[in-house]
Design a protein around this ligand. Sequence first.
Ligand code: NCD
Ligand code: ZN
Ligand code: ZN
Length: 338
Amino acid sequence: MDSLTIRRPDDWHLHLRDGEMLSLVAPESRDFARAIVMPNLVPPVVTGAEAAAYRERILAAGFAGPLMTLYLTETTDPADVVAAHASGLVTAVKLYPAGATTNSASGVRDMEAVRPVLVAMEEAGVPLCLHGEVTSPETDIFDREAVFLDRVLTPLRKAHPALKLTLEHVTTAEAVAWVRGNDNVGATITVQHLMKSRNDMLVGGMRPHLYCLPILKRAHHRDALREAATSGDPCFFLGTDSAPHPTHAKEAACCAAGCFTAPIALPCLAHVFEEEEALDRLEGFASLHGPAHYGLPANAETVTLRRTAPYAAPSRVARGGLSVELFDPGHPLHWSLR
Ligand code: NCD
Ligand code: ZN
Ligand code: ZN
């Protein structure tokens, strides 16, 4: 197969940031028609009014398809959430356990404190996206997702069976099994978790540009994700979690978490799906399962991926004093949209 025409993809988990960084990275998601935009700004996007203002800044920066989210806090007003969703402004609400990841300090410490919001969301049909990791200091960082499934997600599923859940950036075989074994739940998978294991990050030296949260796991987990993504199972869809940080924040003694993948996500995915002999399932994963989960139509327009001579992925984007290193796939790419 030398070319592949698919419905235009969407990105169901994207960080566009704000200010200078937003201007730099918004055009880099040009391959995607729409994206669920994460609300973990400083300060976070908590209210409908804040989401409306952020949406305007994103459009002005050059990304045409933002689907907005609200950052769930313990003081979030249920009525504001329901109204923002009913008006079409907001697609979903995002739950960050406090302290789990970048800019999560205003997140949730006690699930009981957000119970009234969850009840209102369940009633009104507002989806909940989750960063699925516990933050208990005694829990090993490599176990934080699996422990979250038992300690938080299973009780949440029981308490709110009609609440639509998206488990973001799944990284383990346990999460894949949990998603398959429960109703009314979808899961996003990132490019880096399909391509890399923790050995890629740690053997022979620490590679800060592969450090993201949830952290890369053992190779057998990567393989479980590859199986899930290429299986055709509509529970699983693309969320790049493209998470740019300035070069100085990544190349630091205590480096920031996040991989910047948006500009090369689709050529990387085509590479993975070809390796798995599943190119015919790329459209489902990148373009069809996500909209179906969120009750939205798939994009009408198509894009064509073409096989090219092997080329090196670009290594950074930069403007003025700001630079961001791209995720390094570790080998040349040979699919292109242009
Ligand atoms: C994300 C970020 O930098 O905002 N980082 C990451 O490693 N994935 C936050 C997140 O999605 O958890
Ligand atoms: Zn996250
Ligand atoms: Zn993210």
